[in-house]
Ligand binder design. Structure first.
Ligand code: 5GP
Length: 125
């Protein structure tokens, strides 16, 4: 993977404590926190603490400990949010076509209302 990580991205700054966040859960390798502009009643971002740009970068380059910690943290966040009954959506955007705003891999977990279909093609160009 030839991804170049920008250590000045906003999530790197959150991880360094330079910007506050509403933490839902923090573990050795993972941070889960509330999105600043929530698109649903519950909108949590789960990020690895390591310098990974996108989902595929993380999957390819992260250690097994980081990957297990990340996935187990996602499960705990879902439990904290209580999504088992009504469900949720997990999304990750990557790169230009994925319209990724922050170049630090993050999983969006959205819940708390019906979320519509996965893609609104009216927004595709
Ligand atoms: P992306 O478009 O990269 O998949 O999503 C980036 C997300 O990060 C957006 O949903 C945006 O609202 C969120 N975000 C951007 N800046 C901040 C911030 O400073 N704090 C928090 N908590 N979320 C942010």
């Amino acid at each position: 993977m030839a991804y170049a990580y920008d250590p000045q991205n906003i999530f790197a700054r959150i991880l360094r404590g330079e910007i506050p966040n509403k933490t839902v859960l923090e573990t050795a390798h993972t941070l889960a926190f509330r999105d600043i502009a929530p698109k649903a009643p519950d909108h949590v971002l789960v990020i690895p603490k390591g310098p990974y740009v996108t989902f595929d970068h993380f999957c390819a380059a992260a250690s097994e400990a980081e990957i297990v910690d990340f996935t187990r943290t996602c499960a705990k966040v879902c439990e904290i949010l209580g999504v088992e009954d009504k469900g949720f959506r997990a999304i990750t955007n990557a790169g230009e076509h994925g319209v990724q705003e922050v170049p630090h891999f993050h999983l969006h977990i959205l819940a708390g209302r019906p979320l519509g279909r996965m893609l609104d093609m009216s927004e595709a160009e």
